[in-house]
Design a protein around this ligand. Structure first.
Ligand code: C2O
Length: 549
């Protein structure tokens, strides 16, 4: 790689406030940034410093997370509420400031408290430094495609109602493309997202799944797509007719307008891996060729909702693009081996309530049978920095309390495991140690594909498969040459995935399922990465305006 052009400072101001917008024949109050849905697209170059002044004029506590950003020595700007900061209270403000180093591609930003990210989100696009090129032919145009999820209701109410009943939330009323439901929904036709293309030109679509609770299949009628990056890491170019994308993930594809002049739908609907109730509607946008006079666009045929083989084929066949830019070889030495179950559990309903979870209990979720609870008095990063005890404990286990046939549903009767304790347990690791984690989905309650997101680091996905992970058999399948690099891994339903990363950044880094309903249920933990030996490997003090609890 050649280098090094000068870096810039990019500054934005976010005014976060409630506004009323019309969707699906309904007027709805939402919380939004600078009056738009999705919020503003942030464009930076690798090496730049980003400064965002956030003014919370909404009635809710708020934080903003920069999903996928490494936050090297800037953990105070990461954003998850009660993990790296106390929330910005109504009327308050906080300035997020961080440098974007060694990563480029498509990321995004979103609220990281309650369910506000349903409407508080936007794209964060990192281009190569000036003078540097993409590892693929320069596209004619670049287009963010943000997939979202919409309720004809206040999303904070939807979440609170789900938590109160101990059951799942009401299904959403629509999916959206760039904030718009599209032609197939009522009162939506004249607001459908439209991309005008010129025949023969190539477009870079930066697809982001910002939906709360659904993985999505995405397709464009009659067009193949070439995947060139996922989660801001370049991939070996891969031609596909369908993309599957989990909440938290991004997928960059090249679209060549190589079909007859006409009009084609892009469409997305759920990939629902579990036999649960879900929003089964379809969102559409239109790709319109210049000179087209077609009235009705051609509709693609999306895979069936439960088409796990198609999802798995897409997810597991990606590899990273070796060499520049920002490619790092897979670490070969592992310091910490972890085996972590991910799945559902229960918590007692309590005496006065009727709960809608299994056996009349309240649904919860857990990792290694620990159901994570956020602290309430102080953020974990403040506790780390100031050495305050009692905010979290560092005894998150390296393996589950018992080993059983994880994907056999008859183990649903293992009641001692069903009721996972509510705890704030984290995994403490030494600076620069390499962690390998087997993520194993369990059949307690039901199996489901959980998109597990790690803050602060990208990890390599060494292998994935179905059933119980078997070390002797499965470690032979590890790709240690060019595995895909991600910040969010969709762990196969009733299966497992193995990830590996080097913890070279001190701080507290949240790890959780990116289905928003599973987060308050406790499908989370965190890594506390200790300071390194030199000043440049220690977390600096917090900025003066860090919100206090
Ligand atoms: Cu995109 Cu912790 O989240």
């Amino acid at each position: 790689c050649s280098s090094m052009a000068s870096a810039a400072i990019v500054e934005h101001t976010f005014h976060v406030q409630n506004l009323t917008i019309g969707r699906l024949c309904n007027q709805q109050v939402i919380t939004a940034v600078n009056g738009s849905l999705p919020g503003p697209t942030i464009r930076v170059h690798e090496g730049d410093t980003l400064i965002v002044h956030v003014f919370n004029k909404s009635p809710y506590n708020l934080t903003i997370h920069w999903h996928g950003i490494f936050q090297i020595l800037s953990g105070w700007a990461d954003g998850p509420s009660m993990v790296t900061q106390c929330p910005i209270t109504p009327g308050g403000k906080y300035t997020y400031k961080f440098k974007i180093i060694n990563q480029e591609g498509t990321l995004w930003w979103h609220a990281h408290v309650s369910w506000l990210r349903a409407t508080v989100y936007g794209a964060l696009i990192i281009r190569p430094r000036s003078g540097q090129a993409y590892p693929f032919p320069k596209p004619h145009k670049e287009v963010p495609i943000l997939l979202g999820e919409w309720w004809n209701a206040n999303v904070v109410d939807v979440e609170n109602q789900a938590l109160a009943t101990g059951g799942g939330p009401n299904n959403s009323d629509a999916f959206t493309i760039n904030g718009r439901p599209g032609d197939l929904y009522p009162c939506s036709q004249n607001r459908t997202y439209k991309l005008k293309v010129q025949q023969g030109k190539t477009y870079l679509l930066r697809i982001i799944n910002a939906a709360l609770n659904n993985q999505l299949f995405f397709k464009i009628a009659n067009h193949n797509l070439t995947v060139v990056a996922v989660d801001a890491g370049y991939t070996t170019p891969k031609v596909t007719d369908v993309v599957v994308i989990a909440p938290g993930q991004t997928t960059d594809v090249l679209l060549k307008a190589n079909q007859p002049v006409g009009s084609y739908y892009m469409a997305a609907h759920a990939y629902a891996s579990a036999p649960l109730s879900f929003d089964n509607t379809t969102t559409t946008g239109i790709i319109e060729y210049e000179g087209s006079n077609t009235a009705t666009p051609i509709m693609p045929v999306l895979p069936a909702f439960n088409d796990t083989p198609t999802a798995h084929r897409f997810y597991s066949n990606l590899t990273s693009l070796e060499g520049c830019p920002h490619w790092v070889p897979v670490p070969r030495h592992v310091d910490e081996h972890m085996f972590v179950t991910v799945g559902f559990s229960l918590e007692p309903c309590g005496t006065n309530a009727t709960c809608q979870g299994q056996n009349g209990q309240r649904f919860s979720a857990s990792m290694n049978n620990q159901s994570f609870q956020l602290p309430t008095s102080l953020s974990m990063l403040q506790a780390f920095f100031y050495n305050v005890n009692g905010v979290y404990t560092t005894d998150f286990p390296n393996k589950p309390p018992v080993t059983f046939d994880f994907t056999n549903s008859s183990f649903n009767n293992a009641t001692s495991l069903l009721f996972a304790p509510k705890v704030t347990k984290v995994k403490k690791i030494k600076f620069n140690s390499t962690v390998e984690m087997v993520l194993q989905n369990t059949a307690l309650i039901t199996t489901e594909n959980h998109p597990m997101h790690l803050h602060g680091f990208d990890f390599y996905v060494l292998a994935q498969g179905f059933g119980n992970y078997n070390k002797t058999r499965d470690s032979k399948k590890y790709n240690l040459v060019n595995p895909q690099r991600r910040n969010t891994i969709a762990v196969p339903v009733g299966g497992w995935a193995v990830i590996r990363f080097t913890a070279n950044n001190p701080g507290v880094w949240f790890m959780h399922c990116h289905l928003d309903v599973h987060l308050p249920w406790g499908l989370a933990t965190a890594f506390v990465v200790e300071n390194g030996p030199t000043p440049s490997t220690r977390l600096p003090p917090p900025p003066a305006d860090l919100p206090q609890c």
